[in-house]
Design a protein around this ligand. Structure first.
Ligand SMILES: NC(=O)N[C@@H](CC(=O)O)C(=O)O
Length: 421
């Protein structure tokens, strides 16, 4: 196994050091034959961990595969991603989660941890085999019907009770379906102007409020996916103040983009939950800094051209995000490297109970890390993405920061900004 010496790297934007990578771990001593990487001007971060990625395999390999999504993740600085269950077939059995887990191991570019469905077929009628998925080789600890809300409160209660036995988590896509029938975008001034059916903020907030009460009642762990409104932040703030075991994520796009973009009628801006208002964006940013929102998660949602380049009403919701997440967060938070490491690596790893990721870049720790050039600027070109899909909302946008290298257990997955395999 090749050893590396990162010469003059800045750890989290602080001290400049020489960091050696030997036998998959961080070391203070490089052997004479170590490959030298000139890391002057580069910042080392613990490898990023994404709790919300859609990899589309099995079923929609034309939009993404475990391998192409893994490559996209590595290029974005990730060393671990959690694959959502809304595949075809749905990841609601031990067989499917093991398949995804195995494909991730074969690709070997990031650690792929499958998320299991909460209900059979994401249909919201009957609990899936949560125990069988938990005890499978994939060792599933997070369950989600993402794309769909577990709307039935009794099922949600049962799911929370079930996973409590092994300290599992229910990750909820908070959307009261009766309030979002036919919805196309955020309900507000812009939707009224455009004549598109609105998705009101309260549809998200009402489910989060219900679920934090259920989680409190059961004493179980709830994670809220893609929080998008200022009102949701307030519900979470109150729940956390009461000691409810709830964590929450925000996507990069909800930290940057607003519903005004829908005026273009370009379906690249159609996403679930929808882009909200500038005051929501402001509240989400503040909540992320404060910690009311614990982490950034991409909700990387690749879609084939025919599912996106069509009329707004027929387009699938979702945006790709793995390769632009860190640049977007950098543009939002600035070079607050410790905060970025906390929200994009350490806390997601801690929430998921993922060992070996999100650790300090200290001697003896597994070398899961990424090197970023914060002074570089990049104009996003969809044709250059490693994802099999092109639905990025940032085409033509200049974003700060370039991911120069990523290491997974000491093996480079990205070098000189390019995927190694
Ligand atoms: N986030 C999205 O806009 N899309 C998700 C699922 C969903 O939440 O609708 C997808 O799987 O495409």
């Amino acid at each position: 196994m090749t050893s590396y010496l990162l010469r003059g790297v800045s750890l989290l934007g602080a001290e400049l050091r020489d960091v050696a990578i030997v036998d998959g771990r961080i070391s203070d001593n490089a052997p004479a034959d170590a490959e030298i990487i000139d890391a002057a001007g580069l910042v080392a971060l613990p490898g990023l961990v994404d709790l919300h990625t859609h990899l589309r395999e099995p079923g929609r390999e034309d939009a993404e595969t475990v391998e192409t999504g893994s490559r996209s993740a590595a290029l974005g600085g990730y060393t671990a991603v959690f694959a959502m269950a809304n595949t075809s077939p749905v990841a609601d059995t031990a067989g499917v989660v093991e398949q995804v887990w195995r494909l991730g191991r074969e690709a070997g570019l990031v650690d792929v941890q499958p998320i299991g469905a909460v209900t059979v077929g994401l249909a919201g009628k009957q609990l899936a085999e949560l125990g069988a998925m938990a005890t499978s080789a994939a060792n599933v600890r997070i369950f989600s019907d993402d794309g769909h809300c577990v709307a039935d409160p009794r099922l949600m209660r049962r799911a929370l009770e079930y996973v409590k036995a092994f300290d599992g988590i229910i990750a909820q896509h908070a959307e009261e379906p009766r309030l979002t029938e036919g919805a196309q975008m955020h309900e507000g001034e812009v939707s009224t102007r455009l004549g598109l059916t609105g998705w009101p903020a309260v549809a998200e907030e009402a489910i989060i409020a219900r679920d934090v009460l259920l989680a409190e009642h059961v004493g179980s762990r709830l994670h809220v996916c893609h929080v998008s409104t200022a009102g949701s932040v307030e519900v979470l703030r109150q729940a956390k103040a009461r000691g409810v075991r709830v964590t929450a994520e925000v996507t990069p796009h909800h930290l940057l983009l607003t519903d005004e973009l829908a005026a273009s009628y370009d379906p690249v801006y159609k996403v679930n939950p929808p882009l909200r208002t500038a005051s929501d964006v402001e509240a989400l940013r503040a909540a992320l800094v404060e910690g009311v929102i614990d982490i950034v998660a991409t909700d990387h949602a690749p879609h084939a051209v025919e599912d996106k380049e069509c009329e707004w009403a027929y387009a699938r919701p979702g945006m790709v995000g793995l390769e632009t997440a860190l640049p977007v967060v950098l543009s939002v938070l600035g070079e607050r490297w410790d905060l970025i490491a906390e929200r994009m690596s350490r806390t997601p790893a801690r929430i998921a109970g993922l060992t070996g990721h999100g650790t300090d870049l200290a001697v003896g720790e597994p070398a899961n890390l990424t090197l970023v050039d914060p002074s570089a600027r990049r104009v996003v070109d969809p044709s250059e993405l490693a994802s099999r899909s092109r639905n990025t909302p940032y085409a033509g946008t200049t974003l700060p920061g370039r991911i120069v290298a990523t290491f997974l257990r000491g093996e480079p997955t990205v070098l000189d900004g390019k995927a190694v395999k």
